[in-house]
Design a protein around this ligand. Structure first.
Ligand code: GAP
Length: 514
C-alpha cells in the first residue's frame, strides 16, 4: 500500500477523476463554476450504474414500490405548503476580517467534532496502556472524558434550543462562547447570524406582468407528494406502498466545498413510503436497516458507514437519522432516513383544498397516510464509491499502480479486450469477441502499447477484467482473463466469456445480496 498523506489523498482523487474522464469542472474553458460539475464519459456510466442499482433495488425488487419522473418546475404554492419558502434556510455568519461566509451550524458542529476527537485520543492513549481495556467503562468514569462529554451535551442542547426558538443571537453567542475562530483570518470577529433561503428562483412566462416566481426544486420529494393520489388511484396501490424518484435538485449552497460532496445542482434518489399512522416507527427502523444494508452490499468496507441520529429535527420529521460515510475528509452524511409524519400531505391538503387521503379497507376508515422517506444524493454516493475505490498501490518489485477497485457491477466497462499484438489475425479475433459481447456488456477494445500499459490504463478506470487474445487463442479458442484486484490470470474458453461477465458484473450480483 502507498504511504500517501491523507491531505494529498483527496486531491489525488479529484485529479484522477478529471484525468480519467470521470468528472470535469463545469464550463471549464470559462474557468468553471463553483460547486457545479460535469460528468465525463466514464463518470456518466458509473453514475448511471449507481442510479440503476438504486432504482432496481427499490422499484424492480419491491412489488409495492413504483417509480415516477416529476417535473423540476412545480406550482409555486408547493413550496409554500412544504415550508421551504419560509423555513428552508441556513443560518449564516460572516467573519469581518476574512470576509468569508460560513454556516453557523457547521461551525458549531465542527467544534463539537473536535471535542469528540479529543475524547477518542484519550481512549486510544488509555487502550495502549492497559490490557483488557474496557472502552465503555473508561468513557463512563474518566474525569477528562466526562468533562468533554458534558461540554458536548451543553453545546448541543444550547444549539438545539436556539434553533427551535429561531434565536439567532444565541447561535452567535454559542460561537463566541466556544471561542470558534475563522480558519482563514484566525480571528473571532463575527457578524450577526442571518437566515438565508437556499432555493433558486426564476420567472415563468414571457410577459413580465404575467410572470410569476417559480423555484427550481430543492428536493425531489415534493413531486412525489403532489402525485400521491394520482399514483395511489391509477396504480391501485395498497398501504404500505412506496413511490420512488430520481432527479435533479438545486440549492444555493453557501458552504460549497469538498468537490461533489455539496453542489448547487445535484441529483437525488428519494423514496416516500406511505404507511398507516402509528406504524411509522416500525417502518422507520425497517428502512434504516434496509438502506444501510444496501450500502454494505457494495463491499466498500463495513467500517466506512455509521448511523447518526438527529438532535435537531427538520420541521416535518418526528424521527430522523443519517447514514454517514467515511469520506477522505471524515464521516459525513450520505443518506437521510426521515419519518415525515403526515406533515407534507396535510399541508398540501390545506393549500390545495384537495383531499389527499387513503381509504383503509381493513380499518374501514380514511386517513392521511404517514410517510417514511429515504433520501440519498447520487453525486454524494458517487464520491463515496470513488473515494473508497481509489487506491495507490506499491507492487512487489517496487512498481506502482493506481487502481479503482469499483464494485464490478458499477464499473463503466466490464471488460477490456486486447489482441496481444497487432498482427497474425489477433485483432480480428479480438474484435469479433468484442462484437459478440457488446450486446450484453459494456466492453472496450485497446490494441495500443504493451499489454502491461494497457492493464494499467484499465486499472485506473476500474475495469474489472482484461481479456487478452494471443496465438493460442487461434488454435484452441481460449483467452486469458486477468482480474483487476488480484492481477491473477486464468485461461478460459471464449464461449464462456459472456456467462462469466454476467455472473460477476451484472447488477444481479448486488441485488441478490439484499
Ligand atoms: N427530501 C429530504 C431531503 O432532501 P436532505 O437531507 O436535505 O433531505 C438528502 O437531502 C440527501 O441529498 C443528502 O443526504 C445528500 O446525500 C444529498 N444532498 C443534499 N444536499 C446536497 C448538495 N448540496 N449536494 C449534493 N448532495 C446533496
Amino acid at each position: 500500500m502507498s504511504s500517501v498523506k491523507p491531505e494529498d489523498h483527496f486531491k489525488n482523487i479529484i485529479s484522477h477523476c478529471k484525468e480519467y474522464g470521470y468528472i470535469f469542472p463545469s464550463s471549464e474553458i470559462y474557468d468553471g463554476m463553483s460547486a457545479v460539475y460535469d460528468y465525463g464519459q466514464n463518470g456518466a456510466e458509473l453514475k448511471k450504474n449507481i442510479r440503476e442499482y438504486w432504482w432496481k433495488s427499490m422499484v424492480q425488487m419491491h412489488e409495492n414500490i413504483v417509480g415516477i419522473d416529476a417535473a423540476i418546475f412545480m406550482h409555486p404554492t408547493t413550496w409554500k405548503a412544504s415550508g421551504h419558502v419560509d423555513a428552508f434556510n441556513d443560518p449564516l455568519i460572516d467573519n469581518k476580517d476574512s470576509k468569508k461566509r460560513y454556516r453557523a451550524d457547521v461551525l458549531i458542529e465542527e467544534h463539537v467534532a473536535k471535542i469528540e476527537d479529543k475524547i477518542n485520543k484519550e481512549v486510544e492513549k488509555a487502550a495502549k496502556r492497559f490490557e483488557n481495556f474496557d472502552v465503555a467503562m473508561f468513557r463512563s468514569t474518566n474525569a477528562r472524558v466526562l468533562e468533554y462529554q458534558k461540554k458536548i451535551e451543553e453545546i448541543n442542547a444550547r444549539f438545539k434550543n436556539a434553533m427551535e426558538a429561531n434565536d439567532l443571537a444565541e447561535v452567535r453567542q454559542i460561537i463566541v462562547d466556544c471561542e470558534i475562530v475563522d480558519p482563514i483570518s484566525g480571528t473571532r470577529n463575527w457578524t450577526d447570524v442571518r437566515q438565508f433561503n437556499l432555493m433558486f428562483s426564476t420567472q415563468l412566462g414571457s410577459v413580465s406582468e404575467e410572470a410569476s416566481t417559480v423555484y427550481l426544486r430543492p428536493e425531489t420529494a415534493q413531486g412525489i407528494f403532489v402525485n400521491y393520489l394520482n399514483v395511489q388511484k391509477t396504480g391501485r396501490m395498497k398501504i404500505p406502498f412506496g413511490i420512488a424518484q430520481t432527479g435533479k435538485a438545486f440549492r444555493n449552497e453557501i458552504v460549497a466545498r469538498q468537490f461533489i460532496f455539496r453542489m448547487r445542482e445535484f441529483e437525488q434518489m428519494e423514496m416516500q413510503f406511505f404507511v398507516r399512522p402509528g406504524t411509522e416507527m416500525e417502518w422507520y427502523e425497517y428502512w434504516k436497516k434496509a438502506r444501510l444494508n444496501w450500502h454494505l452490499v457494495l463491499g466498500l468496507g463495513a467500517d466506512k458507514y455509521r448511523y447518526h441520529d438527529h438532535i435537531k429535527l427538520a420541521h416535518y420529521a418526528n424521527a430522523a437519522c443519517d447514514i454517514e460515510h467515511q469520506f477522505p475528509f471524515g464521516f459525513k452524511e450520505l443518506e437521510g432516513i426521515h419519518s415525515r409524519t403526515d406533515f407534507d400531505l396535510k399541508q398540501h391538503e390545506q393549500y390545495s383544498g384537495k383531499k389527499l387521503q387513503y381509504f383503509d379497507p381493513e380499518l374501514n376508515q380514511s386517513y392521511v397516510p404517514y410517510v417514511v422517506e429515504t433520501s440519498v444524493g447520487l453525486d454524494r454516493l458517487f464520491l463515496s464509491v470513488m473515494s473508497s475505490a481509489y487506491k495507490e498501490e506499491v507492487l512487489e518489485g517496487g512498481d506502482t499502480r493506481v487502481v479503482l477497485g469499483l464494485p464490478p457491477a458499477l464499473a463503466p466497462f466490464k471488460a477490456a479486450i486486447f489482441p496481444l499484438i497487432k498482427k497474425d489475425g489477433l485483432p480480428e479475433l479480438a474484435e469479433k469477441i468484442m462484437t459478440d459481447l457488446k450486446f450484453d456488456h459494456m466492453v472496450t477494445y485497446d490494441e495500443k502499447d504493451t499489454v502491461g500499459k494497457r492493464y494499467r490504463r484499465q486499472d485506473a478506470i476500474g475495469t474489472p477484467y482484461c481479456i487478452t487474445v494471443d496465438h493460442q487463442s487461434l488454435e484452441d479458442q481460449t483467452v486469458t482473463i486477468r482480474h483487476r484486484d488480484s492481477m491473477e490470470q486464468e485461461r478460459v474458453a471464449i464461449s464462456q466469456l459472456n456467462s462469466i461477465l454476467t455472473a460477476k458484473t451484472s447488477l444481479k450480483s448486488l441485488l441478490s445480496q439484499l
